[in-house]
Structures are given as structure tokens and as C-alpha cells.
Write a protein that binds this ligand. Structure first.
Ligand code: AMP
Length: 116
């Protein structure tokens, strides 16, 4: 997708250092971190949001979860705990319309999902 930020990261148009990458996904730090550790786990394929995921993405979605757990261990936040967020659509607060998961941790995050 020509005007998609995460596609531009995938094709190198926007230079970003990856903490992890493979043929299916890339992991990098959020440019506007909301916690001491704030990573984005992003499939290379342009899938607009979770609602656009299909049966063929089943293995990819499982892989993303396992890499999230691996990244949490790598960042040293696994034992104390962390939060994984996936925003979908306007009410979900999604700003970049290319499926991605946030991994947040490194401080107590509270236990409520809120709105305002
Ligand atoms: P969401 O609100 O779930 O769509 O989250 C999009 C996230 O992408 C936000 O937390 C942004 O800070 C982050 N973001 C946008 N552009 C970049 C970029 N070039 N590199 C890293 N993170 C980015």
C-alpha cells in the first residue's frame, strides 16, 4: 500500500531498526512510547486490521503471539508481566491501518481498560 507507514517500513522507504524480523513479521520500537518498553509487532503483509484477517492468516497470527512472548523475554519484562494491545478501527483507537500489536511493559500498567 503506497501511503501506508508500516508498508514503507517494510520496504525500507522509512528507515527503522528492527529488534526482530523474519519473512513474516517485523518488530520495532514505537516512535511515541507509552511505557518504558513499547514495541510494535507487525506483519509484513498489508492486512488493514484484524477484521481483514482470513483463514489463511491463522499461522501468521499464532506466530505473532509467540514472537510477542519471545520479545517480552528478550526485553526482560516477561517475569513481571506486560500488556498486548491490538486496536481495531476508529472506536478501537487505531491510527495506522495496517494490522499491528503493541507490547507494553517495564512498569505497572494497572488492570483496567478504560475509555474517555
Ligand atoms: P495504533 O493507534 O494502534 O494504530 O498505533 C499506531 C502506532 O504506530 C502508534 O503508537 C504510533 O506511535 C506508532 N508509529 C507511527 N509511525 C511510526 C514509525 N514510523 N515508527 C514507529 N512507530 C510508529
Amino acid at each position: 500500500m503506497a501511503d501506508c507507514i508500516f508498508c514503507k517500513i517494510n520496504n525500507g522507504e522509512i528507515n527503522t531498526s528492527f529488534l526482530y524480523e523474519d519473512e513474516q513479521i517485523m518488530v520495532f520500537r514505537d516512535i511515541n512510547p507509552r511505557a518504558p518498553v513499547h514495541l510494535l509487532i507487525v506483519p509484513r503483509e498489508h492486512i488493514a486490521d484484524l477484521g481483514a484477517a482470513e483463514e489463511k492468516h491463522k499461522e501468521l497470527l499464532g506466530h505473532i503471539n509467540l514472537v510477542i512472548a519471545q520479545m517480552a523475554r528478550q526485553e526482560g519484562i516477561s517475569d513481571k508481566g506486560y500488556r498486548v494491545i491490538m486496536n481495531k478501527g476508529a472506536d478501537g483507537g487505531q491510527e495506522v491501518f495496517h494490522l499491528h500489536y503493541h507490547l507494553l511493559g517495564g512498569a505497572p500498567l494497572g488492570n483496567m481498560v478504560t475509555y474517555r
